[in-house]
Design a protein around this ligand. Structure first.
Ligand code: ADP
Ligand code: MG
Length: 206
């Protein structure tokens, strides 16, 4: 896999278009256990991030740093700083071309950044419930499998989708949804769905 700034930029443009198409769905999920703006927030943030054009000498690290800053300033809500931290941290360890191991290290750093910034952990019904299973798949692949990074990333994205689906049965312990207590059970976490979308799109473009 050769995930250069140009490839990352193409990925973000496509991801931004998917968020634009799914604004109502994600706003609807957030309306059930939050304030109904997650789709609007993410579509605005991704659209802003997608306008960043890497220059001929821009490194992937610089590019992902700019994307992270754009998300912090344009997404708003709780998810803005969390996704901003995710992209900043992933960018610090991104390698191009990358291996299963470097991909794992980069996404693990992103996961740890969200966990410390949000003071959240797996099982709290947040975006981490999509990201953590994906990182676990990459860790296992890096340690024990001999496969293409693209194959591992596709399996990680599938784990993220399953992880997002599993938030339906969880009790929210972080963010606005936590205020719903037991009433949060039975609804998907919107941030977990958006994280799964981002990883799914990554697996198709990178
Ligand atoms: P807000 O809750 O401020 O309206 P959004 O609606 O854009 O922000 O994002 C909500 C999502 O952010 C949730 O579905 C959840 O996945 C994620 N989230 C909220 N708080 C935290 C946290 N402390 N740690 C990790 N993720 C969180
Ligand atoms: Mg919200």
């Amino acid at each position: 896999m050769f995930a250069s700034p140009d490839a990352l930029s193409a990925w973000l443009k496509s991801t931004a278009a998917e968020f634009e198409d799914r604004i109502d769905e994600l706003d609807g999920l957030d309306a059930a256990i939050g304030d109904g703006d997650h789709g609007t927030n993410m579509a605005r943030g991704m659209a802003t991030a997608a306008t960043i054009v890497p220059g001929p000498n821009t490194t992937t690290r610089e590019y992902l740093n700019q994307v992270g800053m754009a998300l912090v300033s344009s997404v708003g809500g709780a998810s803005g700083p969390l996704y901003g931290t995710f992209f900043l941290r992933v960018g610090q360890l991104w390698q191009s071309p990358h291996t299963v191991s470097s991909l794992w290290q980069a996404l693990k750093a992103g996961r740890d950044g969200i966990a410390s910034r949000g003071r959240a952990k797996a099982g709290d019904k947040t975006m981490l419930d999509a990201l953590c299973p994906a990182v676990d798949v990459l860790e296992h692949a890096a340690m024990e499998r001999d496969e293409e990074a693209s194959t591992s990333l596709a399996r990680a994205a599938a784990a993220a989708r399953a992880g997002a689906e599993a938030t339906r049965d969880m009790l929210a312990r972080r963010g606005r949804a936590a205020h719903y207590g037991e009433r949060s059970i039975g609804h998907l976490d919107p941030g977990a769905v958006s994280m799964a979308m981002i990883l799914d799109s990554a697996s198709r473009h990178l």
